[in-house]
Design a protein around this ligand. Structure first.
Ligand SMILES: [Mn+2]
Length: 283
């Protein structure tokens, strides 16, 4: 069992760009092993070689994170949108390789924020379209050495994959070595019956993890059962990242339905969270 700790740039900015490079110095200075960059759909505006060099200079490993907007929603019943979404993911993986990442995580199966009543038949059709697209994406990204980590997110943010077992089922259906899953304690706290059991039951496909407070504040000042998380990590011999994710105060927070400051100083979430998690999750 070995957890490497990272922090997502969403703690400070919505879409990470070159002007945010000083954040990387700050993150390295806090003692993180890794940074998780959320570049947004316009990732091509960021030069991967420049970013890769900066990360190397700081000794930071990197993972990537993001979601799908309507034009990239490859679960759509519109074939041209599906094509666009598949091509988007494959190009993003090519960029990710040049940055030095191996994982792109997030709700990368349906449009973020899409929530509708659908008949069981319509829901199944949409799920199957997403699975078919993910197979093609897996084939397209394998040559870049990138793995997509499908993240279940809670019912208030998406209507396709909310629980760990749904993400597991999608991985089984897609059945591709480059399409795996990740879990996030914030969402698990809402949707999963037992956080430790959910982690154990996902062992076969679990490649990434968001170690978040149940209210997106400071991990450790919350009621996530961290001892259960540690026990499950030991049981499955988890080797991977534990990334702190929260959302910058103001407009970014609104995307995550956060309507009040969670902390006085945003830096406290990663700084104090890292100190807690190092004690809680390293055995
Ligand atoms: Mn997350």
């Amino acid at each position: 069992m070995k957890v490497k700790f990272g922090v997502n740039t969403l703690v400070w900015v919505l879409s990470f760009t070159e002007k945010d490079f000083p954040l990387l110095d700050k993150i390295a200075g806090m003692g993180f092993d890794a940074v998780e960059i959320t570049p947004g759909v316009e990732y091509r505006k960021l030069d991967p070689a420049k970013l890769s060099k900066k990360l190397d200079d700081l000794g930071l490993e990197v993972t990537l994170c993001g979601g799908l907007d309507a034009p990239q929603d490859f679960s759509s019943d519109d074939a041209s949108i599906r094509e666009n979404g598949i091509n988007f993911m494959i190009d993003w993986a090519a960029w990710a390789k040049d940055v030095g990442a191996e994982i792109i995580g997030g709700p990368l199966y349906s449009e973020l924020g899409k929530k509708r009543y659908l008949s069981p038949e319509e829901r199944k059709a949409e799920w199957d379209r997403s699975a078919e697209s993910l197979k093609r994406i897996g084939d397209g990204i394998a040559k870049y050495g990138i793995t997509i980590a499908l993240e279940p997110i809670n019912r208030f943010e998406i209507d396709m994959i909310n629980t760990s077992w749904q993400a597991f089922d999608m991985c089984e259906q897609v059945n591709h070595p480059n399409i795996k899953l990740m879990l996030d304690t914030f969402h698990m706290n809402i949707e999963d019956r037992d956080i430790g059991d959910a982690i154990r039951s996902c062992k076969k496909h679990l490649v990434h993890f968001h170690t978040c407070s149940n209210n997106r504040g400071i991990p450790g000042e919350d009621h996530v059962p961290w001892a259960d998380v540690l026990k499950a990590f030991i049981d499955i011999d988890y080797e991977g990242f534990g990334v702190i994710e929260s959302f910058a105060q103001g407009q970014v927070a609104a995307f995550a339905n956060i309507w009040r400051p969670l902390v006085e100083d945003q830096d406290d979430i990663p700084r104090e969270g890292l100190q807690f998690l190092k004690k809680a999750l390293l055995d």
